[in-house]
Design a protein around this ligand. Structure first.
Ligand SMILES: [Zn+2]
Length: 256
């Protein structure tokens, strides 16, 4: 790994990736109807916040519904483009939707301990997915809610890759063998890009489930279901896995 990959990126720590904005506590509930000039009132209120929170406070109000594809800095895919689960992926399945691992990524501790391991959500990625949620709900989701939903979905998707790594290390501790960098990675690479890739399907299923648990928002849920449905092979398995999540997850553990 090149030591300076992060210098081309601005990294903002997220204090609570599972945070949900209480829409009732905000003065305007439907931002979709508001002109940008009216947002400044909010930004002033939020200006007391710390850097990371400030970033989150401003970003949601820039989201617009849209279909255009996001373009990301190549440095991410080129420098970090390794073969482990959760690695940032190029967007090659157009006109299918870009996968969550193009909009966010996970750096496993097996490779990136102690400095860089963890979940990374690309600003453009959250932004783009939030725009999709707005467009697919015909703007019936508040902008702030769409932003929260996009952040939650991408975070939970990458968290599934972290759980896979945690499962691997449990086996490694008892068997004293390097499973994660060998068998787990080979299995992932062999199936990636096809419907046999249980990991990505499970990632989307658990992300949709966990987002529902946080938001219980029917309009968000059906927008996410549409996005998943139009995703590349493997990623689009959500609807098939949703009713038998535990069974598929057990099968995935056995396969690994
Ligand atoms: Zn993934």
């Amino acid at each position: 790994m090149a030591p300076h990959w992060h210098e081309d990126l601005m990294i903002v720590p997220v204090t609570d990736p599972e945070k949900v904005t209480d829409l009732n506590a905000l003065e305007f509930q439907n931002y979709g109807d508001r002109h940008p000039a009216q947002w400044t009132e909010f930004l002033k209120v939020d200006s007391e916040l710390a850097d990371g929170d400030m970033f989150e406070a401003i970003a949601p109000y820039q989201v617009e519904p849209g279909e255009h594809s996001p373009e990301f800095p190549n440095v991410v895919a080129e420098v970090l483009g390794r073969s482990h689960v959760g690695a940032p992926l190029p967007y090659v399945h157009r006109p299918k939707m870009p996968p969550p691992d193009y909009l966010a990524f996970y750096l496993p501790f097996h490779y990136y301990h102690p400095d860089w391991w963890g979940v990374y959500l690309l600003y453009e990625g959250i932004f783009w997915l939030a725009g999709q949620i707005l467009a697919r709900s015909n703007n019936r989701v508040a902008v702030r809610r769409a932003f929260d939903a996009a952040r939650l979905f991408l975070y939970y998707h990458e968290a599934l890759h972290h759980k896979t790594e945690c499962f691997a290390i449990q086996l490694e501790l008892t068997h004293r063998k390097a499973f994660f960098k060998t068998g787990f990675e080979r299995y992932y690479q062999r199936t990636l890009g096809s419907d046999d890739c249980l990991e990505e399907g499970l990632g989307n299923t658990s992300a949709q489930r966990d987002s529902w648990d946080k938001l219980s928002d029917q309009k968000v849920d059906s927008a996410l279901a549409q996005y998943i449905d139009q995703s590349p092979p493997g990623y689009s398995q959500d609807n098939a896995y949703r009713s038998r999540f535990l069974r598929v997850r057990c099968g995935f553990a056995e396969d690994n």
